[in-house]
Ligand binder design. Structure first.
Ligand code: SF4
Ligand code: SF4
Length: 216
């Protein structure tokens, strides 16, 4: 299996291979799978694709996770691999650690993962542990935050998410106020402030959906 073949399978479901990780004994996955392919929304277009699925029409809970389970599960089956997800544990898989090990994501100044394509909109819908070793492309020489003016650090109006950390109650309190509508309707201002987030193509209505899950 080549990386190009894997990318083609993912692209058919508006996903992309957002990182490759060599697996070892500490990863908690069967030894017959030496490579893990992380999968993320391939923007623009992912949201229209996924919201047209049966999971978003049946009115049941967790449509995005159920879509991910069905689609990535079927992909893994076709590839002779094993699907793993960042939800539905235990076991809880170390997606953040895998993302950092992929060489395509780093810890940002605000503590969230920043990805070389998704920026602070980084999200992982799942991953496939593969029965073959795929050579990992050379990662970027330097993290994107190097040389960036770091607008993420000052973007949160109530100062709930800064270089000092994330104060969850302060974020929710701001979202309860009229000024919080800007985050609720188009996504977290910190995530949106990152230049990489801005070129990723994530739709405001997708971010709004996630904000509604976060702030119920
Ligand atoms: S805004 Fe700049 S410093 Fe902040 S996460 Fe994005 S690239 Fe890194
Ligand atoms: S959602 Fe809004 S209030 Fe919450 S951390 Fe992001 S910018 Fe701050």
């Amino acid at each position: 299996m080549t990386l190009a073949a894997l990318q083609a399978v993912a692209a058919a479901e508006l996903l992309f291979v957002s990182g490759l990780v060599g697996l070892g004994p500490g990863d908690g996955l069967p030894v017959e799978f030496p490579t893990l392919a992380l999968l993320s929304p391939d923007e623009p277009g992912f949201w229209d694709h996924v919201t047209a699925s049966p999971e978003f029409a049946d009115g049941a809970a967790d449509p995005l996770d159920r879509w991910s389970s069905r689609v990535i599960g079927a992909m893994a089956l076709g590839l002779g691999g094993m699907a793993v997800f960042p939800f539905g544990g235990p076991p809880w898989h170390p997606f953040q650690r895998w993302a950092l090990r992929s060489g395509r994501a780093w810890t940002s100044p605000v503590g969230f993962v920043v990805h070389d394509r998704m920026g602070l909109m980084a999200s992982y819908r799942g991953a496939i542990a593969l029965p073959v070793r795929i050579s990992v492309p050379t990662p970027a020489a330097a993290p994107p935050c190097k040389g960036c003016a770091a607008p993420c650090l000052a973007a949160c109006p109530p100062g709930a998410l800064t270089g000092e950390g994330y104060v969850l109650p302060a974020c929710h309190a701001f979202l309860d106020r009229p000024e919080g509508e800007t985050c609720l309707n188009a996504g977290c201002l910190v995530r949106r402030a990152c230049p990489l987030s801005q070129t990723y193509g994530r739709l405001a209505r997708q971010s709004a959906w996630h904000m509604r899950q976060f702030h119920k």
